[in-house]
Structure formats: structure tokens, C-alpha cells
Design a protein around this ligand. Sequence first.
Ligand code: M6R
Length: 368
Amino acid sequence: EKDGHDWFMRKEIFEQPHAVADSLLGRRSRTGSLQLDEMRLSDQELRDIDKIIIIAAGTSFYAGLVAKYAIEHWCRIPVEVELSSEFRYRDPILDYSTLVVAISQSGETADTLQAIRHARTQRSKVLAICNTNGSTIPRESDAVIYTHAGPEIGVASTKGYTTQLVACYLLALYLAQVKGTRFGDEIDQIMGQLEQIPAAIESILARADEVYALAHEFAASTSFIFLGRHAGYPTALEGALKLKELAYLHAEGFAAGELKHGPIALIDDGLPVFCIVPPQGRDQLHDKMLSGIQEVRARGARTICLAEEGDARITPYADRLVRLPRVPVLLQPLVSVVPLQLFACELATALGHDVDQPRNLAKSVTVE
Ligand code: M6R
């Protein structure tokens, strides 16, 4: 049942090319426009939306953070992302023109369920992104985008996460199409880029051994830092969460630009720092990331850089280097998370932990 893998988690990491491809399947009509089967909200209802609030917990929350970059860039609709457990208690401003997007792999997370119930009492429309057909959250929502990851058994979410990212991109493109933004005309091109992702993930998985070697090399470290910028920031948070959950180690993700506002004080001789390097582009993201990496390195950190193929400028600053396939910056989270999943899985295994059933955790958290 684990297809020769030691853990369900590892099997599920390796299933991601398939899961991502399945989650993209059948979303384009003959004319090339996007169609989302269980959208159930009319174009007019969607055009009336002037604000989106994404609510989710844990890894699903990080998918929401990525979604904010895509939706705001492609659709020009303001997006807030909030932890479900916090949402209700701050008396959020909601009405019929607010779309609440609930992201939940299981569809049963109590914090998220209570949050959507609250949103509906305020007349907001609720759209669920969910992997579990017929679960409570999609049943209580106005619309659903199902991810097609197949059952996720490992407590740590992997293919659940990458397929949530796919659903978020699909939602963003759909809204761009309905609203007629300029990206509405680029749907074909962006869908084409998304369709390349399964092969890109495959190419990382083919080099899993390199990441496993790193996990063994750093197996004695008790603390890890993860740095990212822009869409790489949620990846940093997710990489740190995976390591906490599975290896029970201190791990923190930061926006690289925040370093100098405090966290840089943590940097000590030999501290491993994962750096998620954005693609080299016309903007300053890459330069800024590079200077953050230099700062931590100058203070003794050992940098493990995740950077795209062909990025030569990173080489002098990377104590260790994991190459990523070249993809556009907004889609990079789909590939950059994979080495971090492999790393956490392998490190936890090396430390003798039960990867599929980490201590104190349950697959779905059905209490608030
Ligand atoms: O089923 P959900 O997506 O609502 O679950 C949310 C979180 O509980 C979940 O992502 C949790 O953080 C995972 N253990 C992460 O690996």
C-alpha cells in the first residue's frame, strides 16, 4: 500500500507530479476558457466581489498566503489571509461583496468550519478548496474547488498542499477571466506553464538522494532557519513547519527582509539557514534575497540555497545548493517546497521518529 516506500508521507511526496496533473485536468473548455465544475457562483456574483478573505489553518494557511500573491496580481482584488482560529474573534468586516475562501485538505477542520459558519451569518459567499468529497466544509459552502490529490494518509500535508496551490491558481485565473483583467487573456499561457509543473517536480524527485544526503549531513543540528521573499516566504514557513512537525526541531521561517529587524540576532556559527531564492528576473527580488544571504553568511550561518538552474550569481554564497527547475516566480512555490518536504521526511527518519504519526498530532483537528 505504500508502493515500496517506508512511509505514506514519502509515497505522497512522490505522488505529487500525478496529483498536480490530476488537479489541472479538465479545467479548460474547448474554446480555451477555464471552467470550474462546482463553482456554483454566477459570473455576476463573482464580479460583485470587492474583497477576498482566505481562511485556513497550518499548511493550508500557507497555501492561502501564496494565493494572495496570485489573486492580487492577476485579478486586482484585495486579499486578506487569516488563520481560521483567529478570524471570528476579531469581528471581521464582512458583507455580500466579500468572498470568503476556506482552504482545508480534510474539509473537517473545526476552526475553519466555525469560521465559514460565521462568514455565512454575515451574508458572505463561501468558496471551499478541499480534497475530500462530501466533507463538512464543502457541504456548508456556496461553491467548491476540489483538489484531486487522492487520499492523504501521512499527518504532514504534502500533495494536499501542492494541489491546494493549483486550486488557488485556478481560482485566481478564473476570477481574472470573469473580471476581464489583462491576465484574463493570458490564461492559456499560464495554464501551459502550470501544465509543465508535474515534469518540473519529477525532475526534483529524480534527485531526491542529494536532498537526503543533506538531511544526514545536518542531522545533528537542533535549530534551522528558513528565509524567503514574495511567494517564497510561505515556502519558508512551510519548510519550517514540516521540520517542527516531523523532526521535533526548532525551525523558523522568516521573510528575508525582516532579518535585520530582529531575527538576525539568532544567527550563530554553523546555524543551517535554508534560503529560497526567487528566479532571476527584472525586479529586485533576486538581488534583495542575495544580500540577505550574504548577511547571514557573514555571521557564520551555513546556507542551503534553493535556486533555479542557471542562477550562477548564487553559487559563491551557497554552502550547499539545491537546484530548482526554472518556473515563473508566482509558480515557484509548487517546486520549491518539494526539497523541503524530502528533507524533513528524511531527517525525521534518521532521527528515528514516526513520520506518518508524529507525536501530539492528528490528521484532522476536529476540535477548536
Ligand atoms: O485539513 P486541513 O487542511 O484543514 O488541515 C489544516 C492543518 O491542520 C494541516 O495543514 C496541518 O498543519 C498539517 N499537519 C500540516 O502538515
